[in-house]
Design a protein around this ligand. Structure first.
Ligand SMILES: Cc1cc2nc3c(=O)[nH]c(=O)nc-3n(C[C@H](O)[C@H](O)[C@H](O)COP(=O)(O)O)c2cc1C
Length: 209
């Protein structure tokens, strides 16, 4: 009886932990403008209405940035190292994007969006995505400088894909990429990142005013 109660309690705890993750709707891979028009429309926006973007829009933007595509990812990486991890800051909490299962894994409940933008308050009440490179994925690279260059390049491709998705989708979605240097220490602590995980950019995404 005791064993049964214990396993029921374990199931309950597991269910509640999983229940806080967010299963994303399928990304809309056929919507939006064509790629050349999207390039033409791409721009940085800094005037947003308060509030996160919808899960449908978020799913499409995350997939464009770092989704699964034909067994690889939507953005290129040196030696196919797949060094990128995306952390999503929503009003409800901080999540890791699981690109294989198209799911947001809850890391921390609560609104931490302003931690990414102490000096750029236009970003503090909308969705932010931290673009992180895990240098541990560059096993075959010896020099730190090369890891840094590769990581920065991976992050830039991811950011540009997200820019183009936002521009192409329309629906009044605006975005801007922001250099993470000044906020990196605080956000690294918040996310419990390892030394080799480097935050390069925050992609801020919201509905334009
Ligand atoms: C590496 C990088 C860092 C940037 N950092 C910021 C930033 O911290 N805050 C911001 O508002 N814009 C930032 N931007 C956006 C640029 O200001 C913007 O791309 C530039 O003004 C050109 O405008 P456009 O993107 O509309 O063409 C950054 C862009 C890049 C590529």
């Amino acid at each position: 009886m005791k064993k049964l109660l214990l396993s029921l309690a374990a199931c309950f705890i597991l269910f509640n932990m999983q229940a806080q993750n967010i299963k994303l709707p399928k990304p809309d891979k056929n919507g939006g403008e064509n790629i050349l028009k999207s390039i033409d429309l791409r721009q940085s926006d800094r005037s947003f209405k308060d509030g996160d973007i919808s899960l449908q829009h978020l799913s499409t933007v995350l997939w464009a940035g770092w989704g699964e595509s034909h067994g690889k990812r939507t953005a290129p990486t040196a030696m196919n190292s797949q060094d990128i991890v995306l952390y999503v800051f929503l009003e409800s909490g901080i999540y890791r994007y699981d690109e294989i299962n198209n799911e947001l894994i809850l890391l921390k409940k609560g609104d931490y969006r302003s931690v990414t933008s102490p000096n750029q308050t236009f970003a503090s009440k909308v969705t932010n995505v931290a673009i992180v490179s895990d240098f541990a994925k560059y096993e075959r690279v010896k020099e730190h400088h090369t890891k840094f260059v590769f990581g920065a390049m991976s992050a830039a491709y991811v950011s540009e894909n997200m820019y183009l998705a936002c521009a192409g989708m329309g629906d009044n979605i605006g975005t801007v990429t922001r250099y993470a240097a000044g906020m990196e220490k605080d956000v690294k602590e918040l996310l419990n990142l390892r030394e080799e995980e480097h935050i390069f950019l925050f992609q801020t995404i919201g509905y334009k005013k």
